[in-house]
Design a protein around this ligand. Structure first.
Ligand code: 3PG
Ligand code: MG
Length: 399
């Protein structure tokens, strides 16, 4: 792999130089208060920022937050992120109230050696996500003008062909940051040479979102354990009635084919927690999968399933987990996700948690992050990597 990384840049010397760092500071915010509910992605970029500061660079950080529509939207301002970043760095972060305008120019020009500025949300500009190369290029020109070198540490966004991810590196000497480097090393090991048995645990609500990764993983995994909302379409394909549970009718045939192709390597729940409605107060019972009542919906995997999944991961030497096993945000339906996550923490082999959401679940459930081998900051990005797709942000660093 011909990617230059942060150490190569540091070896060149960065003192007195301006370095643009693309980070993924797309953190979850509380809907009511707007405060940051999980700062994992901010903490994940600190090693790169600290190394640059210590080496005397003037550091210009940029990121997206949420999906604003190419114009400023206060709901998606990075201002609270700038404050939290400053706390974590123990240093002032100059926050620019625009991305490439007057405020940004002032913030960048005012930076001394070892200081940090954060630009406002990249996606407040239509050029960031534009499909039109010229429009993206014009925005990339403006960003690139702020610095003499570019570092990509936004692993969660490397699967996006966006100006700050794909077009800026074509305009500046470019380097992978510490986080991107580590993520790619870990996922490459999973894709090319996992220690066996290799067990993958997949959850989440939709089969259609995970279809490509299931197809890509099927030839390489020893076991693929499926929970979460998407298990019901598989259970339906096995002939079970699933009541009011989440069901993608048009995917049932596909699931049937996958089960046949998997030749027993795809493992489905044997029991589920079935509730009267989608609510923490709903009446609920554990039922075997062949007895889901017609007027109930499954919101978690049951304890027998947790035990079976735990046994399967217990023998593994490599585990990759993406997606919750149930509606863990509601206390009565959190036991499945907690049980499987806890089982993964006891695995002797190498364990990887894939995804912004699964990573947030680990922290929300109060599990010890250090008991996992690696917690990825990218959901979509890690899945697309394991699918074998070329990721625009990585391709751009290779060129
Ligand atoms: C994510 O949260 O998955 C990344 O930050 C990418 O965000 P996006 O899906 O809006 O491009
Ligand atoms: Mg996402």
């Amino acid at each position: 792999m011909s990617i230059r990384n942060l150490d190569d840049l540091l070896a060149e010397g960065v003192s007195g130089r301006r370095v643009l760092v693309r980070a993924d500071l797309n953190v979850p915010l509380d809907k009511e208060t707007g405060s940051i509910t999980d700062d994992g992605r901010i903490r994940a970029v600190l090693p790169t920022l600290t190394a640059l500061r210590d080496a005397g660079a003037a550091v210009v950080v940029c990121s997206h937050l949420g999906r604003p529509k190419g114009a400023p939207d206060p709901k998606y301002s990075l201002a609270p992120v700038a404050a939290r970043l400053g706390e974590l760095l123990g240093a002032d972060v100059a926050f620019a109230t625009d991305t490439v305008g007057e405020a940004a120019r002032k913030a960048v020009e005012g930076l001394g050696d070892g200081q940090v500025a954060l630009l406002e949300n990249l996606r407040f500009n239509p050029g960031e996500t534009s499909k039109d190369e010229a429009e993206r290029g014009a925005f990339a020109d403006q960003l690139a003008a702020f610095a003499e070198a570019y570092v990509d540490d936004a692993f969660g966004a490397v699967h996006r062909k966006h100006a700050s991810v794909y077009d800026v590196p074509a305009r500046l000497p470019h380097f992978a940051g510490r986080l991107v480097l580590r993520e790619v090393e870990v996922l490459a090991r999973l894709r090319h040479e996992p220690d066996r048995p290799y067990v993958v645990v997949l959850g989440g609500s939709k089969v259609s979102d995970k279809l490509a990764v299931i197809e890509a993983l099927l030839p390489t995994v020893d076991k693929l354990l499926i929970g979460g909302g998407m298990c019901f379409t598989f259970l339906r394909a096995q002939g079970h009635e699933v009541g009011k549970s989440l069901l993608e009718e048009e995917m049932v045939e596909t699931c049937r084919e996958l089960l046949a192709r998997g030749e027993g390597r795809i493992v489905l729940p044997v029991d589920v927690v079935a509730a009267t409605e989608f609510s923490a107060d709903a009446a609920h019972d554990t039922v075997p999968v062949n007895a889901i009542p017609a007027d109930r919906l499954g919101l978690d995997i049951g304890p027998r399933t947790v035990a079976e999944f735990a046994e399967a991961v217990g023998t593994a030497r490599t585990v990759f987990w993406n997606g919750p096993m149930g509606v863990f945000e509601l206390a009565p339906f959190a036991a499945g996700t907690r049980g499987v996550a806890e089982a993964i923490t006891t695995v002797k082999g190498f364990t990887v948690v894939g995804g912004g959401d699964s990573a947030a679940a680990v922290r929300a459930l109060g599990l010890d992050e250090s008991s996992f081998g690696h917690i990825s900051t990218g959901g979509g990005a890690s899945l697309e990597y394991l699918e074998g797709k070329a990721l625009p942000g990585i391709v751009a660093l290779e060129q």
